[in-house]
Design a protein around this ligand. Structure first.
Ligand code: PBG
Length: 322
């Protein structure tokens, strides 16, 4: 035998030398759930180890993360039912605790990268990402609401705006709205290929944001489709996106790879709540070794071609490996 691939696997030094894919804290974005109030740290039951934080405790959590070298965070609001309405008006209200928190966070940690969520669902009494009229999630009338939300978030200090709603034309609409308001330097991380997935369950528990009626299949992508991701990517690029996201990640590694091979923008992949919950649950049952399975899962997302990974394991990974 001339070729013996095992030679390069013989020692740890050799393996490290020929390793093709690397993961560092710079590749990780940590999703955090924010709730109004003080001294609140409520565990999300379906996502053990993750919490709904009030701002005071969230700042402490972020400080611990920053000490580990983790600097990028995506923030989601858990909004009281009484503040929700059909048009998600609280989402851009000057009283919104989420917007105020963003300003406080950026004041405390100017060096962090803070990413927002643009979609109506956390604020909508219908629990949908767009405006609901006669049972239909209407596209174009949703855009001005998303535009106002994005401008309010940019004004609050978010570094990147994260439209997760999957309405057509929203990247272009938001880009124009931001520019018109003077936020030409605020970037957009577009949820480009976001699938109508069953793996968002724990997230919807965390925010109490599940649709009141129907599902999200008329706007989020069909899990069976891959070429369609290229259509979405082409549109988002032409409309001015700065990052393209694939979501979920683990079950859509082929889509991450496809976008990596066919586009030039940085690619983000979201290891969503259900994908993380599966691993946590198996580990709790003693069926998997969490400390080995978790980094392997993250590495697979990087290997598929993602530059950055949004994952509920960001802090755990940093604690062990940073
Ligand atoms: C809402 C939104 C969702 C997630 C991120 N933004 C849920 C949904 O579309 O229903 C899911 C994230 C996760 O499951 O971790 N626009």
């Amino acid at each position: 035998m001339n070729q013996r691939p095992r030679r390069n696997r013989r020692t740890s030094a050799l393996r490290n030398m020929v390793r093709e894919t690397h993961l560092t804290v710079d590749n990780l974005i940590y999703p955090l759930f924010l709730v109004d109030g003080k001294k609140i740290k409520e565990e999300v039951k379906s996502l053990p180890g993750n919490y709904r934080w009030s701002l005071d405790l969230l700042l402490k959590e972020m400080e611990e993360c920053m000490e580990l070298g983790l600097r990028s965070f995506i923030l989601f609001p858990a909004v009281k039912e009484s503040l929700k309405d059909k048009k998600a008006t609280y989402s851009y209200s000057s009283k919104n605790f989420y917007l105020k928190a963003a300003t406080a966070i950026k004041k405390r940690f100017p060096e962090c990268c803070l990413i927002s969520d643009v979609a109506m669902d956390p604020y909508s009494s219908d629990g949908h990402d767009g405006l609901v009229k006669k049972g239909i999630i209407v596209n174009d009338p949703t855009l001005p609401i998303l535009g106002k939300m994005a401008v309010a978030q940019a004004g609050a200090g978010f570094d990147l705006i994260g439209p997760s709603d999957m309405m057509d034309g929203r990247i272009g609409y938001i880009r124009q709205a931001l520019d018109k308001a003077g936020f030409t330097d605020t970037g957009i991380m577009s949820y480009c290929a976001k699938y109508a997935s069953a793996f968002y369950g724990p997230f919807r528990d965390a925010l109490d944001s599940a649709p009141k009626a129907g599902d999200k299949k008329t706007y989020q992508m069909d899990p069976a489709n891959k070429r369609e991701a290229l259509i979405e990517a082409t549109l988002d690029i032409s409309e001015g996106a700065d990052f393209l996201m694939v979501k979920p990640a683990i079950h859509y590694l082929d889509v991450i790879h496809l976008l990596r091979e066919n586009t030039e923008l940085p690619i983000a992949a979201y290891q969503v709540s259900g994908e993380c919950a599966m691993l946590i649950a198996a580990a709790q049952k003693g069926w998997l070794d969490f400390d080995q399975a978790m980094p392997e899962a993250l590495l697979s997302i990087r290997r598929a071609g993602a530059d950055v990974i949004l994952t509920y394991f960001a802090k755990k990974w940093a604690e062990k490996y940073a």
